[in-house]
Design a protein around this ligand. Structure first.
Ligand code: PLP
Length: 262
C-alpha cells in the first residue's frame, strides 16, 4: 500500500459497490494499457475480509463471483453461509497453519499463500481424500521485511522443484505483498522482483507446474502492480470501504509474531 492512511468511503448499497467495482476495473484497464498489456489479462479478486454477509451478497448481485479471504475460519463461515449462491468461488489469500488444511481443502477453489512443504503436504493429503484439486500460488517475500510471510526469493527454485509430488495442487504462479511504503519506487521494486523471478523460473519449470500468474497489488498499489505485470490484483478497501481493523491484525508485524516461519 502506498497510501497508508488513505480513507476509502464505505460502499453500503449494490449501486455503490457497482460504482467502486467499475472504478477499480477502469483503473486496472488504464494501467494495463499504459504498459502495453491487454486488460483482459488482469483478474480483479475482490477481498471481502471483515465484510459482512449482507454486503457480500450485494457484491455478488453486482457481479462478483469470487472473493478473497485472509483467514480460514472467516472464509469457511462465509462460504457455508453463502453456499446457495451459484458459481461462487473462494480464494484463501492468507497464511495457513497445517491444522486448517482440511477446511481449505473442503471449500476453497484457490490458495494463494503457499510457503512451506508442510502445508503443501497437508493440503495435498486432504485434497486427495476429498477428491478435489486446488489452484495454488507460491507466496514470495519480495520486500525483504523479516516480518512478512512468504519464501525468500532465493529459496523459490528449490521449493518449486518439490511441488510436482503433490498431485492435487495445481501450481499457477506467485503471490506477494509489496513493501508497505509511501515510496512508489520501492513498492514497484517488489513487483519487478516477482515478475523477474517468474520469468526466470518459467523457462524450466518442472512438468505440471505452471508459472503464469502473478498475484500482486492491493487497494493502495494495484495500478503499479498492473504496470509491472500483475495477472491478479487483490482489492478490498477500494471496493468495500476502509476496514476498521488495522492491517497488523492480518499480517505479522513484529519479530514476536506467533506462527512466523523462522
Ligand atoms: C486484505 C488483503 C488484501 C487487500 O487489501 P486492501 O487494502 O483491502 O485492498 C490483499 N492481499 C492480502 C493478502 C490481504 O490480506
Amino acid at each position: 500500500m502506498t497510501a497508508l492512511n488513505e480513507a476509502y468511503p464505505a460502499a453500503r448499497t449494490q449501486d455503490e459497490l457497482s460504482r467502486n467495482l467499475a472504478a477499480v476495473r477502469a483503473r486496472i484497464d488504464a494501467a494495463a494499457r499504459r504498459a502495453g498489456r491487454d486488460p483482459a489479462e488482469v483478474r480483479l479478486l475482490p477481498v471481502s475480509k471483515t465484510v459482512e454477509l449482507e454486503r457480500i451478497r450485494l457484491a455478488y448481485a453486482a457481479g462478483c463471483r469470487e472473493f478473497g479471504e485472509n483467514k480460514v475460519q472467516e472464509a469457511e463461515i462465509k462460504s457455508s453461509a453463502l453456499a446457495e449462491l451459484p458459481a461462487l468461488r473462494w480464494s484463501v489469500i492468507g497464511h495457513l497453519q497445517t491444522n486448517k488444511a482440511r477446511q481449505v481443502a473442503a471449500f476453497a477453489s484457490e490458495f494463494q499463500a503457499l510457503d512451506s512443504l508442510r502445508v503443501a503436504e497437508a493440503l495435498d493429503r486432504r485434497l486427495q481424500a476429498a477428491g478435489r484439486a486446488l489452484d495454488v500460488f507460491v507466496q514470495v517475500n519480495s520486500s525483504g521485511e523479516a516480518s512478512k510471510y512468504g519464501l525468500e526469493p532465493a529459496a523459490v527454485p528449490a521449493f518449486i522443484r518439490e511441488l510436482p509430488a503433490f498431485h492435487s495442487l495445481r501450481v499457477r504462479g506467485f503471490m506477494t505483498l509489496a513493501l508497505l511504503s509511501p515510496d512508489a519506487a520501492k513498492v514497484r521494486g517488489c513487483f519487478v522482483l516477482l515478475r523477474g523471478l517468474r520469468d526466470r523460473l518459467r523457462q524450466d519449470a518442472p512438468a505440471g507446474v505452471e508459472l503464469q500468474e502473478l498475484s500482486m497489488g492491493m487497494s493502495g498499489d494495484y495500478e503499479i502492480a498492473v504496470e509491472e505485470g500483475a495477472t491478479v490484483v487483490r482489492v478490498g478497501q477500494a471496493i468495500f470501504g476502509s476496514r476498521a481493523l488495522p492491517d497488523s491484525h492480518y499480517w505479522p508485524t513484529g519479530p514476536n509474531t506467533q506462527e512466523h516461519p523462522a
